[in-house]
Design a protein around this ligand. Structure first.
Ligand code: NOJ
Length: 577
């Protein structure tokens, strides 16, 4: 007997009966669950605040989990909640094995994990291995120990260039803007060595040529695996290893129309996608295998083309990698068909499921992004003085159509908190409220990512829309979000929340995540038309309505009143051959 995997490769049945953990006993014998799972990203600062300080926390998440179970997702991924000075919203970790008091305690985490498992939801946590916070004791010890010490060898400290070491060791630029090097000050007050930080100056890069670093992270993985987590989303999984000698980088001119995403360039960059990263993930794969159950690693790797990204998900490395090429694909029939084909071929070539994602905490929410043509490059954001603003109505309509199409694709899908409510990007945040280091390191010329991180609305009439009992919110919420609130949409036919709920339920009952995609011809270039098992999916990315085939409609992103599929609309129909 064989079982069809997401991309059609066959797995022997006995590989599907691995030992069970407490978690999988609760959740059921659904091994390799990640091949088809829909994973919901929780950004803890902005999900639900239980203590009223205006910053979301773990107890708040635990209280709201039943809503997510009702939505029909399979797993949650929690962005960082670890000890951190919060210079990059927690992606600057000062202690990997503790919870920041802002978010609660380890006991709160245990309670949250237990509640998630009770509800049948897997739990994935974020691992940030490329850099620590400058507040991490590894770094403060390195500063104290001085040049040439084993402590300094944990990070990438180098002498500067120039007669007095006054120039940085090389020309690398930070993803957040400015030089990727900062200079230290010696105890006598004189300038000292420089350290590398591909992101903010408060995020020093670790040196992954040092075996000590490897040992620390094995133990960090084990710490959370022992606590029962189902996996890790791995931050900057293409950046850990740098080219030997840290050579200067001379970027080729970016061709017009080519991707300008700051973290993904299809050229050889000495700090991205170096072959040495793969040995690290093989090692971590073995660490995960020390534990019972089906634990996973998901790569946040901005790597193009997808055939190269597939190396991150070879059978002995990670299980999943985010498909950012899909996220960056415009709302266009031919381009969507091409990227779906490319994704299924690339991930399928190594036996991995494709993932699909449209939004996260680093990009303009797709309900706004799809209403802009073209959208600004990743990381730039939009703000009060941006030249172009999204057409919100077009954006939401396309977002609903795009999400409905995405959730019909075989493989695993990611949903970012609030997209199930149709939330748009918040554009009119005042400068003084902004917190993303991108905004400051670009001296306000790039707005950055705060607009997709605004705390989400739960109750239309409550202070702070029910995000926080006091109405406090670390980023100001718009005054017109009543209709987006979960309670305004719950049970309301046609709402975005009901659309996602129906899509997730239908996806599960037709087993679309483990299905096989076949293109359907005859609807013209603008219509993305395919079957997945018993379901026919038609997504009209154009403006001209097309005739619908006869048959039962299972889900539609807009009201279908005639036998025609309007523009910017997706429909799922029961297949009739
Ligand atoms: C990717 C994370 O998603 C982003 O939010 C963070 O700023 C960078 N990595 C640096 O950790």
């Amino acid at each position: 007997m064989t079982i069809e995997s997401a991309q059609g490769s066959s797995l022997p049945a006995d590989e599907n009966t691995l030992p069970l953990t407490a978690t999988s006993q609760i959740i059921g014998r659904n091994t390799e669950w990640w091949r088809s799972a829909v994973i919901y990203q929780i950004y803890p600062r902005s999900f639900a605040d239980s203590d009223g300080d205006g910053i979301g926390d773990l107890a708040g998440i635990a209280q709201r989990l039943p809503s997510l179970a009702k939505l029909g997702i399979d797993a949650i991924w929690l962005s960082p909640f670890f000890t951190s000075p919060q210079n990059d919203a927690g992606y600057d970790v000062a202690d990997y094995c503790d919870v920041d008091p802002l978010f609660g305690t380890l006991d709160d985490f245990d309670r949250l994990e237990k509640e998630a498992h009770r509800l049948g939801l897997r739990v994935i946590v974020d691992l940030v291995p490329n850099h620590t916070s400058t507040d991490h004791k590894w770094f403060t010890e390195a500063l104290e120990a001085g040049p040439g010490s084993p402590e300094r060898a944990r990070y990438l400290f180098r002498d500067g260039q120039g007669a007095n070491g006054e120039f940085p060791p090389n020309n690398w630029q930070s993803v957040f803007g400015g030089a990727a090097w900062s200079r230290t000050t010696n105890p006598d007050g004189r300038p000292g060595q420089w350290y590398l930080h591909l992101f903010d100056s408060s995020q020093p890069d670790l040196d992954w040529t040092n075996p000590w670093v490897h040992e620390q992270f094995r133990e960090i993985l084990r710490f959370w695996l022992r606590r029962g987590v189902d996996g890790f989303r791995v931050d900057v999984a293409h950046g850990l290893v740098k080219a030997a000698g840290l050579p200067d980088f001379f970027a080729p001119a970016v061709e017009e129309g080519a991707s300008t995403a700051s973290m993904s360039q299809p050229v050889d960059v000495p700090y991205w996608a170096q072959p040495g990263v793969h040995e690290i993930y093989r090692d971590w794969h073995r660490v995960l295998e020390e534990f019972e159950g089906d634990r996973v690693l998901c790569a946040e790797a901005w790597v193009e083309p997808l055939s190269k990204l597939a190396n991150w998900v070879r059978p002995d490395e990670m299980q999943q990698a985010f498909n950012f090429s899909y996220l960056e694909t415009p709302w266009s029939g031919p381009e969507i068909r091409a990227i779906v084909d490319e994704s299924i071929a690339a991930f399928g070539s190594v036996g991995a499921p494709s993932t699909w994602v449209l939004s996260n905490h680093d990009v303009i929410r797709h309900a706004s992004r799809l209403g802009m043509n073209p959208p600004p490059p990743q990381g730039s954001g939009i703000g009060p003085k941006s030249e172009h603003r999204p057409d919100e109505a077009v954006g939401l309509r396309r977002a609903r159509a795009a999400s409905l199409m995405m959730l019909a694709l075989p493989g695993s899908g990611y949903v970012y908190q609030g997209e199930e409510l149709g939330l748009p990007e918040v554009i009119d945040l005042p400068d003084k409220a902004r917190q993303d280091p991108t905004f400051f390191r670009h001296h306000g010329e790039k707005y950055g990512r705060d607009g997709c991180r605004v705390p989400i609305p739960w109750e239309s009439d409550a202070p702070g829309y029910g995000f926080s009992p006091t109405g406090e919110s670390w980023l100001p919420q718009p005054t017109d979000w009543q209709d987006y609130a979960r309670d305004s949409q719950d049970g309301v036919p046609g709402s975005t929340l009901e659309l996602y709920t129906l899509a997730l339920r239908t996806r599960a009952s037709y087993n679309l995540g483990l299905g096989t995609l076949e293109w359907v011809d005859g609807y013209g270039d603008d219509v993305v038309a395919f079957t997945n098992g018993d379901v026919t999916v038609l997504a009209n990315t154009g403006t001209i309505a097309v005739e619908l085939p006869l048959g039962e409609i299972l889900a539609a992103s807009e009201d279908i009143t005639e036998a025609a599929l309007p523009g910017d609309t997706t429909v799922w129909m029961l297949r009739r051959d």
